[in-house]
Design a binder for this molecule. Structure first.
Ligand code: IMP
Length: 194
């Protein structure tokens, strides 16, 4: 029988990515399938805090084991901003173009363009909390390139590559990304549970 687990998201891309990595053995249930339609508050000031808030909300309200994720772009020259505020860096409209332009504007005149994407997954299972982290290091480029992906992908080149995530495309991105790394750690944990 498949192992069932709730993923506290309604993001179809994330669900697809997680199902592809976790494989046949797991049945991942989305918030929609669970009947949870409300907006879960993400009011913490760290990725860890937000992932925990989401997982706790669902676990407490529905009495299920569950995991949640949160991701941010961290730019050392900007004191690791936008970080946990990545989605709304340029305002509540959550506009990716505006967010990228703001990062580029803030970096003007700086020499260090290094950056990383960091994903945190929090799993609440059998009354225990487990954290899994995935990081991809790279750098910000001064002009947007490429059309695939989302968010900051057009301005981020992962280390060891010359193309941005948006140029590399989802097949390559999903094998090396921050989220993929965190999901693989989650899978390793689940696979090795008694
Ligand atoms: P979330 O926590 O996964 O919803 O991510 C928050 C924000 O981080 C998104 O709205 C994007 O702006 C950015 N982000 C997260 N993952 C990625 C990615 O893989 N590529 C580019 N931007 C991302």
């Amino acid at each position: 029988m498949k192992k069932q687990l709730v993923f506290a998201t309604n993001n179809a891309h994330k669900l697809e990515e997680i199902v592809a990595i976790l494989g046949e053995e797991y049945q991942i249930i989305s918030l929609k399938e669970l009947g949870c339609t409300e907006d879960i508050p993400e009011t913490a000031d760290t990725l860890e805090g937000n992932a925990l808030l989401k997982a706790q909300y669902v676990s407490e309200k529905y009495g299920v084991d569950c995991f949640a994720d949160d991701t941010g772009l961290e730019v050392p020259a900007l004191n690791n901003a936008p970080g946990v505020y990545s989605a709304r860096y340029a305002g509540e409209a959550k506009n990716s173009q505006d967010n990228m332009l703001k990062v580029l504007r803030e970096l003007e005149g700086k020499t260090d363009y290094s950056a990383r994407f960091r994903t945190v997954i929090t799993l609440l299972k059998d009354g225990q909390t487990h954290l899994f982290e995935g990081i991809v290091e790279g750098e910000i480029v001064k002009e947007k390139r490429g059309t695939s992906g989302f968010g900051y992908d057009p301005v981020f080149v992962p280390r060891g590559y010359t193309q941005t995530f948006a140029e590399l495309g989802n097949d390559i991105k999903n094998t090396i990304s921050h989220r993929a790394e965190a999901i693989k750690k989650l899978k390793h944990f689940l696979d090795n549970e008694k």
